[in-house]
Structure formats: structure tokens, C-alpha cells
Design a binder for this molecule. Structure first.
Ligand SMILES: NC(=O)C1=CN([C@@H]2O[C@H](COP(=O)(O)OP(=O)(O)OC[C@H]3O[C@@H](n4cnc5c(N)ncnc54)[C@H](O)[C@@H]3O)[C@@H](O)[C@H]2O)C=CC1
Ligand SMILES: O=C(O)C1=NCCCC1
Length: 314
């Protein structure tokens, strides 16, 4: 009989998961996905609208042959949640691919926060302009914090600006992170002159406009994951060189891509592999929707770290 699945909660996932180990694992997952050689199976996320309660439930399965990883994430994202509860909550199920038995049930909320920020950081590593002085973050929730943490660790920004719909939440964000943050009163003020811009809002209308973005800057557009939602206006979508995590998903799920009619230049995995160029001298935009392979690869890393920690030292 198969062993009973183990449970790894949020605090333990946060303890086991380190960006240093996560980044190369995600780069490999992105490359493997973008080979499109049949070795990775990842259907576009299935999303169930829960209209009555203003929310969605997403199911994200993947199998990666080379690393022999089989997992699915179940994620809820709700517009209105009780004060203090996160709008996104997730669980990842990790299976034994040889017989399909369940190996682990783990918190997926921390995984979602860390892997999304890490993928934006990978996009930025490849697509960033030469000068990296000012980082701008639009939004001040869970993803804003994880992005702040990895971006300030990985890149030598001299200034970080944040804007949020309410000044109070932007100030709360500034108080939560370690390091200086300039709280801006408008998105425009935050964006003007920034070298890297990150949009991590629950907006369904544009909050970022092309006329504000410095030529040559890099943008990570992380929110707006429904075909009718926008975070970015048409001008930016059309004028920037557009990179995505998955072309198939972008054409089905991203309102910014579908409604602007912008042309997709490449998948991030193709850039990491070197089969498509990183046009760093141009204004670049990485449209992130989030992929099941990112969750599967991260969950496998968490599980392997858990096993290594459990093993008695000889
Ligand atoms: N691409 C990916 O892999 C992933 C993307 N996301 C997306 O990232 C975004 C941020 O997620 P979290 O930080 O977890 O959410 P959160 O609920 O913690 O924070 C959302 C932020 O958006 C702001 N906001 C809400 N409605 C807005 C509006 N209409 N206009 C401007 N700002 C608004 C809130 O004030 C808050 O600052 C969401 O769109 C989410 O769906 C989340 C997980 C993975
Ligand atoms: O990749 C994810 O996980 C999510 N992406 C868009 C919003 C829901 C969660």
C-alpha cells in the first residue's frame, strides 16, 4: 500500500523554499515548457467563475517528463474577501508519477507568491535595460511584497516607488517591507522615469499607460488574468516588445493581449533557452499569467527539501 500523503503547511513551505534554489528550477521549467516537444503536458488553466460571490476557482495540472513531476494546483481568487484574508489561496497536490498516488498536499499560497515573483525576476534578468535605478510597483498586496523582496535582493535599485488605490494600503506595504519605499499619490508619478515597472493589481481596467513609460524600460504585467480584464493600455501593449509565459494561455486568458491585438514576440522560456532574442534596448513587456509547470517544479523542490531535512544525518 502507498504511504499516506504528507502535509506541508504555509510556514514550512516558506521555511523550505529559498529563491537561490527556486530560480534555476523555474528557468528549467520555463525552457522545458517552451520547447513544445510533447515532454511537458500543461493544459490552459480551467477557471470556474463563482459569480454569485465575485470569485473564481482555477485548476492547474501539469506533467513534466524529464523531471518526472506530476502535480496540480487549485487556486481561488476572489475580489472581496474578509479583512485580513488573502484574495488568493492555493493548495498544491504532488503525485507519484509512476502510479499516480498522492505524495504530498502542500500550501500553494506561498508557492504562488514566490514563484510568480521569481518568474518576473527571471524575465527582468533577461530583458532589463542597462540602467537599473528606479523600480515601480503598482499594487500593494501579497504579490507586491514578494516582488519587492526578490527584486531588491537580485537587482541594485536605488529607489523603489509604490502606488496603490488607497494611500493607506501603500503605506501599510511600505511599513511591511524591509528597506526604503517612496509612496506615490498617483500611478503616473510612480511610473515616470522608472526603469522597471511591475503591475500586481486586481484591476480590470488599465492602471498603466504607455505614455508614462520611459522608452527602453521593462514592464512585468502580472495581474489581469481574465480575457476581459486589463491592467495595461493598448498603446503600451502595441509599442512594447511582448513576451509571455505561454502563447496559448495568453491568447485565451489575457485581456491585455486579446483586446489590444498586440503581437506576441516570444515566450520567456525561448529567451532563457536562447532561441529567441532579448531585445533589451527596446521597451519590453512580460505578460505573466502563471503556469502549472511553475507550481509543479516548485512543489517538487519543496518536497525534495522536506525529504532532505527529514533524512537522518549519518
Ligand atoms: N501571473 C501570475 O502568475 C499570478 C498573477 N496574480 C495576479 O496578481 C495580482 C495581484 O495579486 P495579489 O497581490 O495576490 O492580490 P492582493 O489582493 O493581495 O492585492 C491586490 C492589489 O490590487 C489592488 N487593487 C484591487 N482592485 C484594484 C483596481 N480596480 N485598481 C487598482 N488596484 C486594485 C489592491 O488594492 C491590492 O493592492 C492579481 O491580479 C492576481 O490575480 C496572482 C498570482 C499569480
Ligand atoms: O498562476 C496563478 O496561480 C494565478 N494566476 C492568475 C490569478 C490566479 C492565480
Amino acid at each position: 500500500m502507498a504511504d499516506a500523503p504528507i502535509f506541508i503547511g504555509a510556514a514550512e513551505v516558506a521555511d523550505l523554499l529559498q529563491y537561490g534554489a527556486l530560480l534555476p528550477v523555474l528557468e528549467r521549467a520555463l525552457v522545458d515548457f517552451s520547447k513544445h516537444d510533447g515532454m511537458v503536458v500543461q493544459p490552459v488553466r480551467s477557471t470556474v467563475p463563482v459569480d454569485k460571490h465575485n470569485g473564481f476557482l482555477g485548476v492547474m495540472p501539469a506533467y513534466m517528463t524529464e523531471s518526472d513531476t506530476l502535480a496540480t494546483k487549485i487556486v481561488r481568487f476572489y475580489h472581496q474577501t474578509a479583512f485580513g484574508t488573502s484574495s488568493h489561496q492555493a493548495t498544491v497536490l504532488l503525485f507519484n508519477p509512476s502510479d499516480g498516488s498522492l505524495r504530498a498536499i502542500m500550501d500553494g499560497t506561498v508557492i504562488t507568491e514566490m514563484r510568480t515573483a521569481a518568474v518576473s525576476a527571471i524575465a527582468t534578468k533577461y530583458l532589463k535595460p542597462d540602467r537599473l535605478e528606479t523600480l515601480c510597483i503598482l499594487g500593494s498586496g501579497a504579490q507586491a511584497i514578494s516582488h519587492y523582496n526578490i527584486f531588491t535582493q537580485m537587482f541594485p535599485f536605488k529607489q523603489v516607488r509604490v502606488w496603490s488605490r488607497s494611500r493607506e494600503s501603500a503605506e501599510r506595504f511600505a511599513g511591511q517591507v524591509q528597506g526604503q519605499v517612496q509612496v506615490c499619490t498617483s500611478a503616473r508619478e510612480a511610473v515616470l522615469g522608472a526603469d522597471v515597472v511591475i503591475t500586481v493589481t486586481m484591476a480590470s481596467e488599465p492602471v498603466l499607460f504607455g505614455e508614462w513609460v520611459k522608452p527602453g524600460a521593462h514592464v512585468n504585467a502580472v495581474g489581469a488574468c481574465r480575457p476581459e480584464w486589463r491592467e495595461v493600455d493598448d498603446a503600451l501593449m502595441k509599442n512594447a516588445v511582448l513576451y509571455v509565459d505561454s502563447k496559448e494561455a495568453a491568447l485565451m486568458e489575457s485581456g491585455d493581449v486579446i483586446l489590444s491585438g498586440a503581437d506576441i514576440f516570444a515566450e520567456l522560456g525561448e529567451v532563457v533557452k536562447g532561441t529567441r532574442p532579448a531585445l533589451c534596448e527596446k521597451t519590453t513587456l512580460f505578460k505573466s499569467l502563471g503556469m502549472a509547470v511553475e507550481d509543479a517544479a516548485t512543489a517538487k523542490l519543496v518536497f525534495d527539501c522536506w525529504l532532505a531535512k527529514k533524512k537522518p544525518k549519518l
